[in-house]
Ligand binder design. Sequence first.
Ligand code: ADP
Ligand code: ADP
Ligand code: MG
Length: 459
Amino acid sequence: MSTGISKLLIANRGEIAVRIIRAARELGIATVQVVSTADHDMLAARMADQVIEIGPAPATKSYLNVERVLAALAESGADAVHPGYGFLSENAAFARAVAAAGAVFVGPSPETIEQMGDKANARLSAIKAGVPVVPGSDGRIETIEVAFDVAATIGYPVMIKAAAGGGGRGIRIVRSQEELDQALQAARAEALAGFGDGGVYIEAYIENARHIEVQILGDGETFVHLHERECSIQRRRQKVWEEAPAAMLPADLRAELCASAVRLAASVGYSGAGTLEYLYDAHRNAFYFIEMNTRIQVEHPVTEMISGIDIVREMLLIAGGAKLGLRQEDIRINGHAIEIRINAEDPSRSFFPSPGRIEEIVVPEGSGLRFDTGIYAGYTVPAFYDSLLGKLVAWGQDRPAAIERLKQALDATFVGPKPTTLSLHRMLVRDPDVISGAVSTQWLEDWIARAPRFGQPTS
Ligand code: ADP
Ligand code: ADP
Ligand code: MG
């Protein structure tokens, strides 16, 4: 298959860089991997056709350094850039600079990133497209008077959220009017320091919500959804366990949810892969849009497992100028898939990071299993970045079958000697609430507080 892209620069690291290189290879695209000084040994650097060092270990000096990434782009002669997730993936200025350098940014246009990657703007776009949002402010909160008004109207508790936030950061709960003024100031300062943008907005706090999101693909003219994923099992608002389809969602609501995502994508002429995230309130049987990720997501493999569609390949084809080759009626759900994130963190010590040398790694292979990783035995995990080591994905004909396969796979997996979140997942896969699907975004927090082994730090 030919694409409009001949050489792709991967502006990311870890497992997603490996994932992107694989998809590029299958399309006959040459690959250039950028690395910090700490990443010469990572798997993606060993796989890529060319490696260019872009700076010291701290991400601000390398993977987030637009100038250095653009210099690598010029040096390599690559004609496209895949940003992966995190880092520069939702940075409109970077997307614009890539285009100005004459290369293709694998993702939506800079204008779409501004419109949908900014969380306050995305809310407004959703309202315009007739997609239900969490009750809250119209865009950013500029004054404390407006904040008081909005919060009084929707009722406490409320959430203050950073417009530029991500990765579960930049969100705080406010339980009463007395806390609001100070919380707003603190949230603004934090957002400015953390994201370089002090903009915040307010949403009602939805109790016992489930996190459900819809994968979409668009080429600017045709838009399809690849059904939904559920990521309700979270710690500190970060996903820990993800599945597709959702564990329990009435069929009529699922259809409505997916249709709303396509409607919103179409309303902004979306091009590329994207995810619309929602909260689902099972008691009210209602869903509310919360944000859009205008990039590939960590949990995309579960959708690939149930749909048979390679999402990164589709991204590359669309970016190369191809029309979307998929029709909605051809996109079917086959079975159920679950992904667990294996992080270099110690669950028995408050998830304290545990980077360091990987001496041994054993992951079972077999039908219905997939492992996406950027590590190998003998590799030393640097302490500078996200703790994700790999993602184990299990597919089954239905949810119970996927859980059983995951359980067997987890028991046969070993990554050591440093602690990882595998121990947590071996417990989760046996938990009655997880098995029955009786979870919400607060569930794991409560579970950790109760679990004797995972409560307070033991040392
Ligand atoms: P996904 O949304 O794909 O499930 P995460 O929310 O875990 O994935 O985010 C993927 C990665 O991107 C994580 O490393 C996360 O910390 C990072 N990330 C996402 N958005 C931002 C942002 N706005 N600023 C900084 N890091 C971000
Ligand atoms: P991020 O950009 O960091 O991914 P999101 O807006 O997607 O932030 O929210 C992350 C998580 O925080 C959600 O999956 C959910 O668990 C929780 N959350 C966000 N907004 C609300 C809300 N209004 N009410 C309750 N929980 C929320
Ligand atoms: Mg989110």
